[in-house]
Design a protein around this ligand. Structure first.
Ligand SMILES: [Zn+2]
Length: 75
C-alpha cells in the first residue's frame, strides 16, 4: 500500500508520464482515501501549469479527469 511519504515521487512520475498502470492505480487508490495527498497533487499540478482551466478548487472528479487526460497524452 502506498504511503503518504511515497506520494511526491509517484506524483512526479505520473506528471512525467512515467508511471506504470499498477503504480498509477495504487496512487489513485491512495488519493481516493487521502484528502491531504489530493491537495498536494492539485498544488503540484498547478505549479507545473498542467491544469488547462485552473480555478484552484477542482473537484475530485476533475482531478480524476486530469489524471486520465495526462495519461492519454503520455503515449
Ligand atoms: Zn496521503
Amino acid at each position: 500500500m502506498l504511503k503518504c511519504r511515497d506520494v511526491p515521487a509517484e506524483a512526479e512520475a505520473l506528471l512525467d508520464g512515467e508511471l506504470s498502470l499498477g503504480r498509477r492505480m495504487a496512487l489513485r487508490l491512495h488519493l481516493f482515501m487521502c484528502g491531504n495527498c489530493r491537495r498536494y497533487l492539485r498544488q503540484l499540478r498547478q505549479l507545473l501549469g498542467a491544469v488547462p482551466h485552473m480555478h484552484g478548487d477542482a473537484s475530485d472528479e476533475e482531478v480524476d479527469k486530469v489524471l486520465s487526460h495526462l495519461h492519454d497524452h503520455s503515449h
